[in-house]
Design a protein around this ligand. Structure first.
Ligand code: ATR
Length: 475
């Protein structure tokens, strides 16, 4: 007799934690992993949750163990593995069964998989899951894409395993097709920007003032009590405080300054570019990680140009610390404005009708970018859901008016001190440009017309015009 209500394939870090989460919430789950020793180990280590876990050594067994219509979560490595699993499952599953890809898929792959499964009788769901290992185990933020009725069929289990914010599950159906995986991608892009801007502020305190890791940690800890209250600021304080058991020094000082990336932040930047939406803070954060990885190049450039020796330790005055806090806040607002603008454009392009307040709400707990700020964002979006850009929502106009002068001060301070703040600078550049009534693209248009006769619009007459260029310099 079939015992399980749901299946899960792929017992890697995320998959095994999600399976334990499902079992703990009282849903019997059948599990399968390509390498069957992992399935055995997983079951062995599941403790009392074993009663809700059905380990399976073949996919046939897995399918037989789930009550139809069968929901099956795929938590295998994104890419080829997902296609391979779907191909095998197609032959084993029956009409109405639901394949849920919960990996970090590129949403364009998700859209393709929807099309490929269109006439199969199977239902496909593309689901973004954020929160890392801990989130998967105790409550992630879940972003669902697919047919709404398919979501309703699995809603109870998904909301049961999701994080909760003041009792409300951080799980929602966001739209058809690739909507869930797209929103997860932008979530990760914003996460990159948040992390990079935090690291830039850390850099100013470390390299501009010669402060120690625990001293900087104390500042972040204090900020975590205020407007910057967030998981990332909280863990930053904890990280800066931790000592390395081997050297006895702050562990952060022993970590090589070369960042990794799995690619989702890059996808966010690529999609923003493809849609023609400026997401410069996200792009800068992705680029900063790429440059960090080029350690030998940075060593060579440091030799060629000199890089700052550790400054004499000085304590920044309290007002400057406040400026740093506000600068980080202003940078955050600009980065979120960009991320939401990308989602706004994608929503029209892919006809998803993405519910922006809901997205902000399901990011309030469970995911890596969870923060007090997202609560404010959710409320503001509810009050003004038609706003074209976050920076035009009344509450944010007030916050940005207060915080942007500090962003200017901090970026100037860093620039004069030779310290890199690419994401904060990008955020500032975006803000300054977006509020410019008269920009400088008139000159760009003149240049384009000069060399390519592309034409321009005039401020005093309709239609396309050309300039009086006859210098012979055109190419
Ligand atoms: P995580 O980061 O969560 O640990 P991941 O690297 O995204 O995981 O995915 C790892 C999971 O995908 C593992 O369960 C892995 O199975 P194995 O334990 O057999 O390696 C699974 N996986 C990877 N490639 C696969 C494939 N081609 N077919 C089936 N499962 C695959």
């Amino acid at each position: 007799m079939s015992k399980a209500e749901i299946g899960l394939i792929g017992l890697g870090v995320m998959g095994s934690n999600l399976a334990l989460n499902i079992a703990e919430k009282g849903y019997p789950v059948a599990v399968y992993n390509r390498t069957s020793t992992k399935t055995g180990q997983f079951f062995e280590n599941a403790g009392t949750l074993r009663e809700n876990i059905v380990p399976c050594s073949t996919l046939e067994e897995l399918v037989a163990q789930i009550k139809p219509p069968r929901p099956i979560i795929l938590m295998v490595q994104a890419g080829k593995a997902v296609d391979e699993q779907i191909a095998v499952l197609r032959d084993l599953l029956s009409e109405g069964d639901i394949i849920i890809d919960a990996g970090n898929a590129n949403f364009r792959d998700t859209i393709r998989r929807f099309e490929e499964l269109d006439d199969s009788g199977l239902t496909f769901i593309g689901m973004g899951v954020s929160g890392g290992e801990e989130g998967a185990r105790h409550g992630p933020s879940i972003m669902v894409g697919g047919k709404e009725d398919a979501y309703r069929r699995v809603e109870s289990v998904l909301t049961a395993i999701a994080a909760r914010f003041e009792g409300e599950p951080c799980c929602a159906w966001l739209g058809e097709g690739g909507a869930g995986h797209f929103v997860k991608t932008i979530h990760n892009g914003i996460e990159y920007a948040d992390m990079q801007m935090i690291a830039e502020i850390y850099g100013i305190l470390r390299d501009g003032f010669g402060m120690s890791a625990p001293e900087i940690g104390a500042i972040f800890r204090r900020w975590n009590e205020g407007r910057l209250n967030s998981y990332l600021v909280e863990i930053t304080a904890a990280v800066l405080d931790a000592d390395d058991p081997i050297s006895g020094k702050p562990v952060v000082d022993m970590i090589l300054d070369r960042a990794g990336q799995k690619g989702t932040g890059r996808w966010a930047a690529i999609e923003a570019q493809m849609m023609g939406v400026p997401a410069t803070a996200i792009e800068s954060a992705v680029a900063a990680r790429s440059l960090s990885a080029e350690k030998p190049l940075r060593e060579a450039a440091a030799s060629a140009y000199g890089s700052d020796d550790a400054p004499a330790a000085t304590t920044p005055d309290a007002r400057f610390i406040d400026d740093l806090e506000l600068a980080l806040f202003a940078g955050k607002i600009a980065a979120y404005a960009q991320g939401f603008a990308v989602m706004g454009e994608a929503s029209s392009e892919f006809k998803w009708n993405l519910p922006m307040p809901t997205i902000a709400r399901i990011w309030r707990a469970g995911c890596i970018i969870r923060s007090q700020f997202l609560g404010t964002l959710a409320q503001s979006f509810e009050a003004d859901s038609a706003a074209e850009n976050l920076l035009l929502i009344e509450d944010f106009v007030g916050m940005m008016r207060e915080a942007s002068p500090s962003l200017r001060k901090v970026v100037s301070h860093a620039a004069l001190g030779g310290l890199p703040v690419p994401a904060l600078s990008a955020a500032l550049g975006y803000f300054e440009a977006i509020r410019q009534r008269r920009g400088t693209a008139n000159l760009i248009q003149a240049q384009r017309d000069f060399f390519g006769a592309h034409g321009f619009e005039r401020i005093d007459a309709a239609g396309e015009h050309h300039g009086p260029w006859n210098s012979g310099l055109g190419g």
